[in-house]
Write a protein that binds this ligand. Structure first.
Ligand code: NAD
Length: 355
């Protein structure tokens, strides 16, 4: 066995009611002017954060949207500077956390993250920015939150559809972590456990979104997935999802859910050990097929066509996805990507039995 582990994890406070500790966590960081960042439509939650921060609050930036358009990032930075903030509190999903990261990237301000979806950005040093319809991502220690507060109660109102989509996004982190070139025993254990926990909790949430026990397990799985995502390199699944989101405006989490069985099938023969672990976590022997069946069971959208992609866009997407090299167990070719996109467009069930 040979491995290198080079990861640092934020401080994590996990449990029902832990949102109430944001003031104490800000005090622990020694910050005094905290700007609250969130998405439109979540005003009550952002106001709650202001109330809990008390004298440490420095206002709200409530315009976060997915994929961090450069104009929104610039406005958020101006807001942080004019409010003389010394900390950003991101409350919400990956969109809120992404805008907080864009501010941290240029200002170095520390982030406290309170995630309310399962997409996992809170645990990573990965940032993303979209300019002229092209999304660029990178890694920088300055954007990794210093403290992450997971409170399952905040997720009770998350719709079943966003819950299952962001949950499948978390499973996609685990799948790619298991075949990452820098995978190590710790991230692989987290990833396998993450798939197992999420594949059990997401069906319960799909049936009963206010099940606090299932919500707690899913958030635990999301922490595992985000931790793995932050510690190792991602491959084709993530590259393709960013391309389809950044250039064609597809919803990030839903795109991950639709693509995942197809990228897993593409990589299956080149990542046999990872596929065995994924299949074991899902309770079967066919990882791509089991991922597809999980999507059906929890009511994920079935195809790129259902997500609104046009068949005429597939060729351009394949071109963009092979523009720059990145780690992936099987070499990424334009024809290979086009095949994945066509099967995902049609929503057909992949299958790769492993013996
Ligand atoms: P999101 O943050 O866009 O949230 C989806 C919707 O759900 C929004 O309308 C939001 O207001 C609402 N919402 C969030 N939490 C809620 C709750 N508890 N109750 C009710 N409504 C709620 O969704 P997302 O999928 O978490 O984030 C997508 C973005 O995150 C993309 O830009 C993606 O690229 C990024 N992302 C980044 C990383 C990373 O490591 N950098 C990882 C995963 C995702």
């Amino acid at each position: 066995m040979r491995f290198t582990l080079d990861a640092s994890f934020p401080r994590v406070v996990f449990g029902v009611g832990s949102f109430g500790s944001i003031g104490a966590e800000a005090e622990r960081l020694g910050v005094e002017r905290v700007l609250v960042v969130g998405t439109p439509g979540r005003a009550i939650l952002l106001d709650d954060a202001i109330r809990l921060l008390g004298a440490r609050s420095a206002g709200i930036f409530g315009e976060a949207v997915p994929h961090v358009p450069s104009g929104i990032a610039a406005r958020a930075r101006e807001c942080a500077v004019s409010a003389k903030s010394d900390c950003i509190l991101a409350v919400g999903g990956g969109s809120a956390i992404g805008v907080a990261k864009a501010v941290a990237l240029t200002t170095g301000l520390p982030i406290i993250a309170v995630p309310t979806t399962y997409s996992g950005s809170e645990m990573t040093p990965v940032w993303g920015l979209t300019e002229d319809a092209v999304k660029v991502t990178g890694r920088d220690a300055r954007v990794q939150p210093r403290t992450v507060i997971y409170d399952p109660e905040l997720t009770l109102g998350l719709s079943a559809s966003t819950s299952v989509a962001t949950g499948m996004n978390a499973i996609a982190h685990c799948v790619e972590a298991l075949y990452a070139p820098d995978a190590n025993p710790l991230t692989s254990m987290m990833a396998e456990e993450g798939i197992s926990v999420l594949s059990h909790s997401l069906p319960l949430i799909a049936d009963a979104p206010r099940d606090l026990g299932a919500r707690t397990h899913a958030l635990y799985g999301s922490w595992l997935a985000g931790s793995a995502l932050g510690a190792v390199q991602m491959g084709l699944q993530h590259k393709l999802s960013h391309t389809l989101g950044g250039t064609f405006g597809l919803s990030h989490a839903e795109t991950h859910a639709v693509l995942l069985p197809h990228t897993a099938a593409y990589n299956a023969d080149a990542a046999r050990e990872a596929m065995l672990r994924i299949a074991r976590a899902l309770g079967g022997d066919d990882a791509p097929g089991a991922l597809f069946d999980l999507n059906r069971r929890i009511g994920s959208l079935a195809s790129l066509a259902a997500l609104g992609m046009q068949i005429t866009e597939l060729e351009r997407a394949a071109d963009l996805a092979v523009e720059k090299p990145y780690a992936n167990p099987r070499p990424v070719t334009r024809d290979g990507v086009l095949g994945i996109l066509r099967r995902a467009f049609d929503g057909e069930r992949p299958s790769r039995q492993l013996t």
